[in-house]
Design a protein around this ligand. Sequence first.
Ligand SMILES: [Zn+2]
Length: 164
Amino acid sequence: MSARATLDGVQFAAAARRLEGEFGVADLPRLRDLVHDHAGTVRYRLTGHQQADGKPAIRLEVSGTVHLTCQRCLESMDQPVESTRELVFVEQSGLGEIAEEEAETDYLDAGQAVDIEETVEDEVMLCLPMAPRHEADRCPAQGAVGSDSGKPRPFAVLSQWKKH
Ligand SMILES: [Zn+2]
C-alpha cells in the first residue's frame, strides 16, 4: 500500500482547501477492535479556514454508521456517528500556553503533518458510547431476562465467544 495520506494543516487552512472522502470501518485498525463487525463506512470532510484571530484551522466533520455490540444482549446495534471538531494549528512553543482545551477544539502542533486516517479514526472513537446498548424496547434480551439487570446473559456470552 502507498504511504498514508497526510496534509500540512497550515497550508491547507491558508489555501481554504476542502477535502472529502470516506474510510471503511475495516480500514481503521483501532476502530475495528471496538465494533461488532466491519460493516459500515465513515465519511469525512475537512474544510480549511482561518479563525477570527487569524489562527489556521481545519473543521473536521465525520458522519456514518458503525455496528457496536450491545452490552445487554451482545447482538449488533447500529451506532450513528456524527461529529464536528475544530483543529487549530499553533506553533509548538505556544501549545503549552493553551490553558484549557475546549470540548470541540483540538490544538495541534503547526509543524506536524496531519494524518488524515488517524484524525478521522480518533474522532469516530471519541463519539462512541462507553457501554453501548439498544433502546430498552428494541433489545432482544429484554423479554428474555425480564427486568434489566444490566448484565449480559450467560448464554449470550457463550454464543458470542464461540464465534471467535
Ligand atoms: Zn441489545
